[in-house]
Design a protein around this ligand. Sequence first.
Ligand code: C5P
Length: 218
Amino acid sequence: MHKINVAIDGPSGVGKSSVSDRLAQDNQMIHLDTGAMYRCVALALKENGVSLRDHEAVEHVLNTLKIRFEGSKVFLNGQDVSEKIRTNAISNFTSKVSSLPEVRKKMVALQQEITKDKNYIVDGRDIGTTVLPNAEVKIFLTASPKARAQRRYDEYMMKGIECDYETIYQDIVARDYQDSHREISPLCASEDAYQLDTSDMTINEVVEVIQEIMDKKL
Ligand code: C5P
């Protein structure tokens, strides 16, 4: 079968990860969660007490860190950090860390190396614009901040995680702002991306629309 790469970009909580997981499963492709990679960098910097102004120390952490995916688990330097990287504190710190030029340069290079043989569903913020400008399929998902906050709230409630809708909503708005106002690779749709507002769509419906687009390229 013809091998392709699929870029799925969009803001926090829009459902990129769930949609990418499903598409990867259905098409025997591999899901690369680039947000998890930035989250690992943030965790490594935090655990090493590195100041974001200390560029030498940041470079050192970047050059020594090893990120490995195993199914839905993420390993940082051999340690399973799948849960540790998903806390609110790390989410907010990641947004700051990911605006550092040296961090973006390293992550983009790594992501391009990983996906060079194709067959990847890559989700992130700058995949269609920067990481894979030649991806065969480019999707940009959007949904209102309220719809995204509600989805995250429902997800946490289902998992029994204590949470508060207003805090989740404010976090989403703050991360949107940081991600779309940074100087390098801000969150924005590539001109040739297929844009889909998912506010009133179920995951199944989103998957179906993207699958149809993929089928034309496979
Ligand atoms: O997708 P996720 O919410 O896990 O991403 C966490 C953070 O990583 C985002 O808020 C964003 O700051 C950063 N990120 C990025 N570029 C990507 C993926 C994630 O800057 N390609």
